[in-house]
Design a protein around this ligand. Structure first.
Ligand code: FES
Ligand SMILES: [Fe+2]
Length: 441
């Protein structure tokens, strides 16, 4: 690879980045090794593989992997590659493979942890170097797998911090998502929405806390939301964000932006607590929680007013409307977003229905809001390919962010702190990596 660390370092300034970080295929390839090959990346939720033999496929950066439940209940994550001729062993999606994996090409089989089980017509392999116990003849496991409250992450690097330290402050978002269930457990339900974006993966992460774009990019959906609200007298709680996007800048300036090491963070204060109190679904939800946790703790759980948490490299969980937008980079200018929805075990059905409405109307491929964003991301991608300048600005409130014990906090909700913080992590990953990700044997 020809890009030196010196060049990489020069692409990130404290208040901006060079446009090539979004457009250069060589940089993208390096990111796959140095970020996606090192960091803990979300693979899926354990409820997607409820029974032994159940699997879920996904991609960690440019790697096809399979999450599978073994007969002892353990969850394994293996590369989706047969060691014979390299065929992908299981097709994309979710399914059940039974007691073992069987390759569709020549029927080599593997245990659910990937180890070699058998190959047909053994006599052809006798008197050769073939050794069923040698790792070369097994599907390889990812170096590390760790589960946080049912959320399964994997790292392709054998060494590094443990999952909890890597996630640091954003574990509180996963906690809150689970705590919203009276049983403290969630499960993926209702299928996934997929959005293909014609833009670099990092643009989406930056947008998640970009408060300055809301009234501008979403102007058309704000106008239609307001006319709907007039006809209905008011919008239901789950759709308020649609007209809320049109709030004046003063509203956005009051929000709190929190940034943590490794590029993570969240935005707080966006949902109107009075609107939540008026919402019948929230009241029923609150009642179901009080039985489990008591009034005070239930208030605290539902009172966590958090929007768009960023888990850098993995995606964005949403606590209030129970979803995880999984962000998958496909190429330097293509990104796939999969929206998983979660059911809160033990909560009223209406809470899940509300989450579905939110996903449908706010961020599904046919929603009223998300296409606005997808359009401007594509415009950034195209604009950054022109010769009209080399730098992308992240100056807003630069130098004013406050360092706190475990990260940083903005003095102003329109600060571009989250983007700057993401690029601090990006630079560290890109400069410190060893390109060592190969998986265990
Ligand atoms: S490629 Fe898998 S058995 Fe031949
Ligand atoms: Fe947006």
């Amino acid at each position: 690879m020809s890009i030196s660390n010196e060049t990489l370092a020069s692409l990130v300034r404290p208040d901006g980045v060079h446009k090539s970080v979004y457009t250069d295929p060589e940089i993208f390839e390096l990111e796959m090794k140095r970020i996606y090959g090192q960091a803990w990346i979300y693979v899926g939720h354990e409820s997607q593989v409820k029974n032994p033999g159940d699997y879920h496929t996904t991609r960690l950066g440019d790697q096809d992997v399979v999450m599978v439940r073994a007969s002892n209940g353990q969850i394994h994550v293996v590369y989706n590659r047969c060691p014979h001729k390299g065929a992908k062993v299981v097709p994309e999606g979710d399914g059940t493979t039974g007691k073992f994996f069987r390759c569709p090409y020549h029927a080599w089989t593997f245990k659910l942890d990937g180890t070699h089980l058998s190959a047909p017509l053994k006599n052809g392999l006798q008197n050769t170097c073939f050794d069923a116990t040698h790792p070369e003849f097994s599907m390889r496991k990812l170096a590390r797998v760790s589960v946080y409250r049912g959320f399964v992450f994997a790292s392709q690097a054998a060494d590094g911090s443990d999952l909890k330290s890597f996630l640091n402050g954003v574990t509180s978002s996963i906690d809150n998502l689970c705590d919203r269930s009276p049983l403290g457990e969630v499960e993926v339900a209702g299928g996934v929405f997929r959005v293909l974006q014609r833009s670099n993966w990092k643009v989406f992460y930056e947008n998640l806390h970009d408060t300055m774009h809301a009234p501008v990019t979403h102007e058309s959906s704000v106008v239609s939301a307001r006319s709907q609200a007039e006809q209905l007298n008011s919008l239901p709680f789950e759709l308020l964000i649609m007209e809320g996007n049109g709030e004046p800048y003063e509203f956005w300036e009051k929000l709190a932006l929190r940034a943590y090491e490794n590029g993570h963070g969240y935005m707080e204060g966006i949902f109107d607590p009075n609107a939540a109190e008026r919402d019948p679904v929230s009241s029923a939800h609150f009642a179901s929680l009080t039985e489990a946790y008591g009034v005070e703790r239930s208030r605290e759980i539902l009172g966590m007013n958090r929007h768009n948490t960023v888990i850098y490299g993995s995606g964005s969980p949403h606590t209030v409307f129970q979803q995880f937008r999984v962000i998958r980079p496909l190429s330097v200018d293509r990104t796939l977003v999969e929206i998983q929805l979660f059911k809160l075990r033990g909560a009223p059905d209406a809470v899940f229905e509300r989450a579905m409405t939110y996903a449908n109307v706010i961020n599904s491929p046919s929603s009223n809001v998300m296409p606005d964003d997808v359009e401007v991301y594509a415009r950034c991608q195209e604009g950054n390919l022109t010769n009209g300048g080399d730098w992308v600005s992240m100056h807003r409130y630069a130098g004013t962010d406050v360092v706190v014990e475990d990260g940083m906090v903005s003095i102003n909700g329109t600060s571009e702190l989250p983007m700057r913080n993401q690029f601090v992590a990006w630079k560290r990953f890109m400069l410190n990596a060893t390109d060592a990700a190969k998986g265990t044997e």
